[in-house]
Design a protein around this ligand. Structure first.
Ligand code: BES
Ligand code: ZN
Length: 455
């Protein structure tokens, strides 16, 4: 075994301790109350990277949360890999459902429980620990490395695209490497070549100018809660197809060949359902569960409010009703166009008795990546060495909006070499990351750098 891999193995416990230190900082990007913690997270990461000997590390201020940018470019004649990740996390709510506090990392059965353990601090740190392993044994990493670690992924990366746009030269590279996706199972590795996009909107209906006594007014006043419920129910037909006019216009249909590939993947719908306490799946038309969750677009209510929510009963006819709605998008749907179509849909269906407020909150483009890219092969070889089996190539339903921007602004493809599991409970209570996978991810990052020669 090479000295580098040996170092990584021997220092596993220290690598876990470093991850724990970062996990203790509550870098929740969507809630302004955590802004100083997010800044502290960026500083910690930058100091840590400097401490392990990365040549040039900076914390870049933005209008939102800071970006950590680093470069280590020892070679004139080797390719450059741009490693992307995020140090921000989702809010920990509902905190009362955690078995251990979300920002007090807890180890149980070789698994680390904390918000961000998998998404994405644990996976991002694997690449930091990989370069550390080279430098610690007195070697240079075999490729040039640039690190772009942002603090706003979980709120749609508003500052990152402008940063990329104004630093095209600085970010020049041959490929982007990202670990922020999942594998099929503990021992079934995969490389993701497609991600869905996102259109996220908010609607609010206002009827009467104040909440009303439902006895005095009920029966003759149009109730926004009733109306919004009806409008939402009508967003899908009986085949679970979305009824918004033009919604599917730019969807590239799945080819027969793609559908065969989906059918051959080791995805077990019964297990997937069982883990979330369900026994039956609902998909659009005749699409399989795997197709429906990765290669078909969706529309889902993410939040819904109106009327009295407190203890007991209150006879009230609400003045307002609102909903947050997200659509996962597939190639070639455009997030802005979809938001406009949703707006037109709601405007057409809102009754004269009510006013509509519509907000487009944020969005991101879907991506499909060419699996014949040489870096894909290097990643597949690295994974095969670590896991003893070839990875499957797959598409996933989540979104990493900046991946489309890497292509659009820098012309770069991304290799999505993820080590999460669906069961890691990302965005949920008790998020966790298996420490075996942390070790394997570090080894895969090291081996990827050894394999990838740019050709
Ligand atoms: N790491 C996830 C994306 C992901 C999860 C991809 C699972 C593939 C499989 C990422 O951090 C995330 O949650 N992204 C958000 C983006 C949104 C807030 C713009 C998402 O998908 O909801
Ligand atoms: Zn993530």
């Amino acid at each position: 075994m090479s000295a580098v891999l040996e170092y990584a193995k021997d220092n596993h416990d220290a690598f876990v301790s470093d991850l724990i230190a970062l996990l203790r900082i509550p870098t929740v990007s969507t809630d302004p109350a955590y802004a100083s913690d997010v800044a502290r997270g960026a500083e910690w990461l930058a100091d840590h990277m400097q401490g392990i000997g990365v040549d040039h590390v900076e914390v870049v201020r933005t209008e939102g949360h800071p970006i950590v940018y680093a470069e280590h470019l020892p070679h004139d004649d080797r390719p450059t890999v741009l490693i992307y990740g995020h140090y921000d996390v989702q809010p920990p709510d509902p905190v009362e459902l955690w078995d251990s506090p979300p920002f007090e990392p807890t180890q149980k059965n070789n698994t680390l429980y904390a918000r961000g353990a998998c998404d994405d601090k644990g996976q991002m740190m694997m690449h930091v620990k990989a370069i550390e392993s080279f430098l610690a044994v007195g070697e240079q990493p075999p490729v040039n490395l640039k690190f772009l670690i942002e603090g706003e992924e979980e709120c749609g990366s508003p500052s990152l695209a402008p940063f990329i746009e104004s630093h095209r030269d600085k970010l020049e590279a041959d490929v982007v490497l990202i670990s922020d996706t999942a594998m099929f199972a503990e021992d079934v590795p995969s490389i993701t070549y497609g991600l869905r996009g996102l259109a996220y909107v908010e609607v609010e209906l206002t009827g009467p100018n104040r909440d009303l006594h439902s006895g005095i007014y009920g029966g003759a006043v149009h109730n926004p809660a009733n109306t919004l419920s009806r409008m939402i129910a009508d967003l899908h037909d009986e085949d679970h197809r979305i009824t918004v006019k033009g919604f599917y216009d730019n969807v590239i249909p799945l080819t027969e060949e793609e559908r065969e590939t989906f059918a051959s993947l080791p995805f077990k719908p019964e297990e997937w359902l069982g883990e979330i306490g369900l026994s039956e799946a609902i998909t659009e038309g005749d699409y399989s569960v795997k197709e429906a969750i990765s290669a078909r677009p969706t529309l889902d209510v993410n939040g819904l409010w109106s009327g009295y929510q407190g203890e007991g009963a209150k006879t009230v006819l609400p003045s307002k009703a609102g909903a947050k709605i997200s659509c996962r998008l597939v190639p070639d749907q455009d997030p802005i166009e979809i938001a406009e179509k949703l707006k037109a849909h709601f405007e057409t269906h809102v009754p004269d008795t009510m006013t509509l407020q519509f907000k487009n909150l944020h969005g991101g483009h879907p991506v499909l990546i060419d699996t014949s890219h040489p870096a894909m092969q290097a990643a597949a070889d690295a994974i095969e060495s670590v896991f003893g089996k070839e990875p499957y190539f797959t598409r996933e339903g989540g979104s990493i909006p900046i991946v489309a921007d890497f292509k659009r602004l820098l012309g770069l493809d991304s290799v999505l070499m993820g080590f999460g599991l669906n069961s890691d409970a990302i965005h949920s209570p008790n998020e966790h990351f298996g420490l075996d996978r942390y070790a394997k991810g570090i080894e895969a990052s090291i081996r990827f750098q050894m394999e990838y020669n740019g050709a």
